[in-house]
Design a protein around this ligand. Structure first.
Ligand code: GLU
Length: 519
């Protein structure tokens, strides 16, 4: 009889920052749980004390808080299947190790690392299994008295899973279908080590999934090779009836070339592979994060959801609720998903534009402060309104200059510098200036300045009435030269909007400076 309520888990090992692939795994678990009215559990798999990294667990939780991926129970969330940190479950695992020993499904082995090394160097492809276990020092080859006395005298040992050879083990995967492996290729995996009184990943993982009533194991493809062993463990415990269903997600692949996405790809091409900035406690190395890079959490979640799954049509922008509704675990791809970081920026652009202009202000203000500029929230929001649809240049992976939409608040600098800092010099070699500044332009700018000086209402409409009339009657085209005066180069928003924003005094000052400097 299977467990009734859908229960899934995300079970990271706190060995460092959470990789973006791990975030996708957690997200798929979340979508699946919500879709079925089920529970999502947060379990910390910290039985490998050698790989423990301080701060990693906190980092992982902070990442999910930021991303809006909420757990129903687990470390930091409570629940009645705890404790949820494996290092706090030692006594529980001991019961189940004993069960396997008592039923002859596992045995105790005393082989020292040196003895194992000697075996390996003496025999090509040595594997601890049905073919070799009877040549080793274990409870299958030693008498009960010898075993007891070795343990009593403090010899360290491990408990190994006894795998019967020659059996086809079928993993029924929701994404990959039936994956069959012959048990003869598996080795007698270590399940427990007396040295630290802790189980290994395999045992702890299966015991916990069972005790926590997990119904579906959704995890990365890298765990597929462990799945046959896990199926055999379920059987050895007599839990085959409630064995979870497996779903192994496709790999995340490099943006260019072949192979798995790595931190090196991110460093080379300039995108983060971690949700938050990570400060390595040992090396002091800092790795960039999506949050610090200026991504909105909704954009990251939306982008990740589509790496390995799509709703079956062209829809790309989806809220979390829509994704919960549309997600289909069984329609996930088997093939790896290329990590398209340019597309990630596009998603962020979309989500930035969905925000109000005011919502950009805190990040924009911080950006300006870093340049030593003080402004007001109102002015900053207005600059955002005028400039958020602009494009910026970037260099692609092949080193080519390309253009893209503003995708991060930080793209606004230096695009908006002239709003806050008047041009202090002009580049006479600049194409736009060479083309648009000459004696006539200078004369027209003086005339325009004289007219603007008389304008009382300096709003867009107020200026427009007066200036448009002058433009009509004189047949002049003052726009580009005016832009040089106020911006210093050939970019920026609508001239009336810019002029109204800067205000009469500043506009006249900038015009006088340009006329005087450029002549
Ligand atoms: N602790 C494993 C990890 O770090 C969990 C794998 C699983 O989901 O079974 O990903």
């Amino acid at each position: 009889m299977a467990f009734e309520k859908v229960r899934v888990r995300f079970a990271p090992s706190p060995t460092g920052p959470l990789h973006i692939g791990g975030v996708r795994t957690a997200l798929y678990n979340y979508l699946f749980a919500k879709q079925h009215g089920g529970d999502l559990i947060f379990r910390i798999e910290d039985t490998d004390s050698a790989r423990f990294v301080p701060g990693a667990e906190e980092y992982i939780r902070e990442s999910f808080d930021w991303l809006g991926i909420h757990f129903d129970e687990g470390v930091g969330y409570g629940g009645n299947h705890g404790p949820y940190r494996q290092s706090e479950r030692r006594e529980i695992y001991k019961i189940y190790v004993k069960q396997l020993l008592d039923t002859g499904k596992a045995y105790i082995a005393f082989d020292t690392p040196e003895e194992l090394d000697a075996k390996r160097s003496g025999q090509d492809n040595f594997q601890y299994d049905a073919g070799t276990r009877l040549q080793m020092r274990n409870s299958l080859t030693l008498s009960k008295e010898e075993v007891d006395s070795l343990i009593a005298s403090g010899h360290q040992y491990v408990v190994r899973f006894l795998i019967e050879p020659g059996e086809d083990v079928v993993v029924d995967d929701m994404i990959r279908g039936k994956v069959t492996i012959n048990s003869s290729v598996l080795d007698d995996k270590v399940l427990y080590k007396s040295a630290d009184e802790l189980p290994t990943y395999h045992l702890a993982n299966i015991v916990d999934d069972h005790l926590m009533e997990v119904t579906h194991v959704i995890r990365g493809e890298e765990w597929l090779p462990s799945a046959p062993l896990h199926v055999l463990l379920y059987r050895a415990f007599g839990w085959a009836d409630t064995m979870p269903r497996f779903a192994h997600l496709p790999l995340l692949l490099k943006p260019i070339g072949n192979g798995k996405l790595s931190k090196r790809d991110g460093d080379k091409l300039g995108f983060p592979v971690f949700p938050l900035e990570w400060h390595d406690p040992k090396s002091g190395e800092i790795s960039s994060g999506y949050r610090e890079k200026g991504y909105l959490p909704q954009a990251v979640v939306n982008f990740l959801a589509l790496l390995g799954w799509n709703p079956g049509n062209d829809q790309e922008l989806m809220t979390m609720d829509e994704m919960v509704r549309l997600f289909d675990l069984e329609k996930c791809s088997k093939n790896g998903a290329k990590f398209d970081y340019v597309k990630a920026a596009w998603f962020n652009h979309q989500y930035l534009l969905q925000q109000t202009d005011e919502a950009w202000v805190p990040a924009f203000d911080a950006l300006l402060k870093a340049q030593g500029i003080e402004s007001t929230p109102e002015k900053e929001a207005e600059v955002v309104r005028m400039m958020k649809q602009k494009v910026v240049e970037y260099v692609d992976a092949q080193g080519n200059k390309k253009k893209r939409n503003i995708s991060f608040v930080s793209d606004l600098w230096p695009l908006t510098k002239f709003f806050f800092v008047a041009p202090a010099a002009f580049d006479r070699e600049d194409k736009f200036i060479r083309k648009n500044w000459n004696e006539t332009a200078a004369r027209e700018m003086q005339a325009l300045a004289d007219i603007l000086a008389t304008v009382e209402d300096f709003s867009v409409e107020g200026q427009k009435t007066v200036v448009d009339a002058w433009v009509e009657s004189q047949g002049v085209r003052p726009w580009n030269a005016w832009r040089i005066c106020l911006v210093g180069e050939g970019q920026g928003p609508d001239m009336y909007e810019l002029s109204a924003h800067l205000g009469k005094e500043e506009v006249l000052r900038r015009m006088a400076f340009a006329i005087q400097t450029l002549g």
